[in-house]
Design a protein around this ligand. Structure first.
Ligand code: PLP
Length: 362
């Protein structure tokens, strides 16, 4: 067998045809920026996630930067971020002139509950990252942040469709930032992102910032930038919405198989941490001290896996900070993402499981 970690060319032909039709339709209309597709995309997100204000933008990294700027976070300010995340979380903080203060994660890769120890007189915000689609205990996090007058910006880039107590990832904090990078559960055929907020003034400010400060063409109220979503991407995402419930169901069925059949292997720690709610299962990350050997073994058997992420952000050259970050480092060393996507066949999952069992028996 040859099982890729994720191969987007494997989308079913019905879906590919719907996307081609959408492309043809938009080409005939000749509208490539703004317009009805963008409006209906924002409305779709608003309905699914039950969020009153949805502001689309060019990608998830921009969403974080727009959120920080809209909250007036900049030079001299500190923002607490987890040590284990995709670089964008810290990158956006630096891009607005503020300083990321890294804090360790728990064993599930989520910002550890004692992050409040990182608060200083300069701290303005905390960015919990819903890594792999999992969410930390949000009631607890929001309470702690509000006690210290901090803004909460959720990095929900990986968490479209994750909920906790029936409240969507991205709708708990002051601003929620999501990504529609192609590999996400809901992925565009290019780049796209959104900011979510319950605050109408903040929503207006984010929208202005994302469109050169313009409330209307040629009126400029503040210095902004261009971070608009492409109409074509909004159109594609509108097509994907129809498939999303089936995709999510498939992910859950496949993840349940992994859970059930790998649970007896004592040398593997299965992913958990979705105990507080309903995880979107963006990534299925196991942890094992034999990670590298297992990965090489699976590769030989034709199974591709991935590592999210091999190094923690404070260990990367541009972000270098000394610190303990013991749990984050342990996950970077031992974490392995197994294939999990809607195009995987049942027999492929069975094959992956059988090879993992074979490895640990030998
Ligand atoms: C945790 C996290 N934050 C931010 C981003 C940035 O999103 P984008 O790639 O759309 O800029 C990503 C994307 O992979 C991510 O995984």
């Amino acid at each position: 067998m040859n099982i890729p970690f994720l191969d987007l060319s494997k989308m079913d032909s019905e879906l590919k045809n719907a996307l081609k039709l959408k492309f043809g339709e938009l080409l005939d209309k000749g509208r490539f920026s703004g317009g009805e597709e963008v409006e209906s995309f924002e409305n779709n997100v608003s309905t699914i996630l039950n969020s009153p204000h949805v502001i689309s933008c060019a990608n998830g990294t921009d969403a974080l930067e727009l959120a920080l700027r809209a909250l007036n976070i900049g030079a001299g300010d500190e923002v607490i971020v987890p040590a284990l995340t995709w670089v964008s979380t810290a990158e956006a903080v630096i891009m607005v002139g503020a300083k990321p203060v890294f804090w360790d994660t728990d064993r599930n890769g989520l910002l550890a509950d004692d992050w409040t120890k990182a608060i200083s007189s300069r701290t303005k915000a905390v960015i919990p990252v819903h890594l792999y689609g999992k969410m930390p205990n949000m009631d607890f996090l929001m309470k702690k942040a509000k006690e210290s007058n901090l803004f909460v910006i959720e990095d929900a880039a990986q968490a479209f469709g994750s909920f906790q107590k029936r409240k969507a990832a991205g709708t708990w904090g002051d601003v929620g930032c999501l990504s529609f990078y192609p590999t996400k559960n809901l992925g565009a055929l290019g780049e796209a992102g959104i900011c979510l907020t319950n605050d109408s003034k903040l929503a207006t400010r984010i929208r202005l910032l994302s469109n050169h400060g313009q409330p209307a063409r040629d009126q400029h109220e503040l210095v902004g930038r261009n971070s608009r979503i492409d109409t074509i991407q909004a159109g594609f995402l509108n097509v994907f919405f129809e498939k999303l419930p089936a995709f999510q169901k498939k992910r859950k069925t496949l993840a349940a198989k992994y859970d059930e059949q790998l649970k007896s292997i004592s040398e593997i720690q299965l992913p958990n941490g979705s105990d507080f709610g309903d995880c979107n299962l963006h990534l299925y990350v196991i942890q094992s001290k034999k990670r590298d050997l297992l990965r090489a073994f699976l590769e030989k058997k034709g199974i591709k896996t991935a590592i999210h992420y091999p190094e923690i952000v404070p260990d990367l050259k541009p972000y270098k900070v000394h610190g303990d970050f013991e749990m984050s480092r342990s996950i970077a060393k031992n974490g392995l993402s197994l294939p999990l996507n809607p195009w995987l066949k049942e027999e492929e999952i069975t094959f992956i499981i059988s090879k993992i069992c074979e490895f640990f028996k030998s």
